[in-house]
Write a protein that binds this ligand. Structure first.
Ligand code: PHE
Length: 450
């Protein structure tokens, strides 16, 4: 019953057994919230962009969301068995194309575009850095901070080993750092390369001191971003009295080494703000930038916007309600004033999970293709609930799970919390939604309701 083609943002693609994009997702591909003047996603993007000089960084904000598997995974060095590639985590247009799961999908092509020789005037040519903001797509849980579509900003910066005045990477970095002062940020853990010990290595072909210089530039640049964002969020100036505490934590990404996460102490806990690292040399070589060394970072714009404006629920960004959109102005940060919270209502649904054979026969919704395992994937359930309830579903939680001691069958019970951001839902409406969740579950996932 799968159509032969799928049309996404006005382009038609062939489908195949990999296709798993539900019709309910397609309208999001044309929303481009990051480009809507005054929208908090756009305002946040612009705030971050303002910290990167346009003479050095090319800005790309209109790259289309359908990319190849090669762009999204292969050329970034994702291992062939990486979970990110599975159909339970990623939206496939067909076996060769996906909705990008991160803005890093554009790294290689934009590094390539930096080459200036004979390409003068072309976007990106001659610049040593870029910023990319775009919508990204992931199959995931349903709650106040997860949505199948969100926005990321990617940044990257290269340094040349064949600098016109023969400056070393270290010298180039030191020179630039003079002009990059950060106010009001205290780094409590720096994760310096020479302290990192056995686990973390410098890329082959990079000297420790070169990699250290690049990492230092990266960290300084991102600490500037944090200073700007968090003082705006707190509504105070970056005075020296109470500093924003940050720490650099060692991380893993297939395309950077060393890799870090930046965490900020916020409301009494360490909040993970972004991922970044020194770009692996293979990727730069592949993009025709073998004589360069550099860094990249990726940040989730919703997360930053939520804390800057005090927005409590990620669904709000998609709301067309004037009471939401009317509150924001470019260039000004005023905390979001919640309009009254409407009553919510929860419904539980319990079912027996099908054995793996039946699961993979059920509409091809499972990971499939030799991964074996169970015939039920939570993200399939999440998507089904979204397909029925849309933004009326606030969150979905697993509240019980057990395996029958005799039959060995597995039972799951989920609680679906229904709440509208805009009005009070009627009982009949919620009952109707829950009834549709139940029948779709049997039809599409082949589960047996209890
Ligand atoms: N793309 C990574 C993610 O989505 C973030 C990242 C970007 C990490 C660039 C390192 C460098 O999680």
């Amino acid at each position: 019953d799968l159509p032969n083609t799928i049309t996404l943002a006005n382009i038609t693609y062939n489908t195949d057994a990999h296709t798993n994009i539900p019709p309910s997702l397609t309208p999001y591909l044309s929303r481009t919230l990051h480009l809507h003047r005054h929208h908090p996603i756009s305002n946040t993007r612009k705030t971050i962009e303002s910290l990167f000089p346009t003479t050095q960084y090319e800005i790309y904000n209109t790259l289309p969301p359908v990319v190849t598997v090669a762009q999204n995974f292969d050329c970034l060095g994702f291992p062939s068995d990486h979970v990110g590639r599975s159909r339970s985590d990623t939206y496939y247009v067909n076996r060769h194309q996906v909705l990008r799961t991160h803005t890093s999908a554009h790294q290689a092509e934009k590094f390539r575009a930096m080459q200036s020789g004979g390409r003068e005037g072309e976007e990106g040519a001659g610049k040593m850095g870029y910023l990319i903001s775009a919508d990204v797509y992931r199959r995931d849980a349903i709650d106040r901070s997860h949505y199948p579509v969100f926005h990321q900003m990617e940044g990257a910066r290269l340094f040349s080993r064949s600098h016109p005045s023969a400056k070393t990477i270290e010298e180039q970095v030191e020179e630039e750092l003079q002009g990059m002062k950060v106010e009001g940020v205290e780094v409590v853990e720096s994760c310096a390369i020479h302290e990192e010990g056995n686990g973390v290595q410098v890329e082959k072909g990079h000297s420790v001191s070169e990699a250290e210089a690049v990492a230092k530039h990266l960290k300084r640049q991102l600490e500037m971003v944090v200073s700007k964002i968090f003082y705006q969020a707190a509504g105070t100036a970056a005075t020296s009295e109470e500093k924003v505490k940050v720490r650099w934590v060692s991380a893993y990404f297939p395309f950077t080494s060393p890799s870090y996460e930046l965490e900020v102490w916020w409301n009494g806990e360490w909040l993970e703000v972004l991922g970044c690292g020194v770009i692996k040399q293979d990727l730069l070589n592949y993009a025709g930038q073998g004589d360069k060394i550099g860094w990249a970072f990726g940040v989730g714009i919703e997360r930053i916007a939520m804390l800057m404006y005090g927005i409590p629920d990620i669904r709000l960004f998609w709301s067309n309600d004037e009471r939401f959109s009317g509150q924001f102005r470019e260039g000004a940060v005023k905390k979001f004033e919640a309009f009254s919270k409407y009553p919510g209502c929860y419904k539980d649904v319990a079912f027996w999970v099908p054995s793996s054979e039946r699961g993979s026969a059920a509409g091809g919704l499972t990971v499939g293709e030799g991964t074996g395992g169970e015939g039920f994937h939570e993200n399939d359930f999440m998507e089904l609930v979204r397909g029925v309830g849309g933004d009326l579903v606030e969150d979905v939680k697993l509240i019980d799970e057990f395996t029958h001691p005799k039959s060995g069958r597995k039972s799951m019970c989920y609680r679906i919390n229904y709440r509208s951001l805009e009005r009070t839902l009627t009982n009949e409406e919620v009952d109707g939604l829950q009834e549709r969740v139940r029948s779709t579950l049997t039809d599409k996932l082949g589960v047996e309701l209890r």
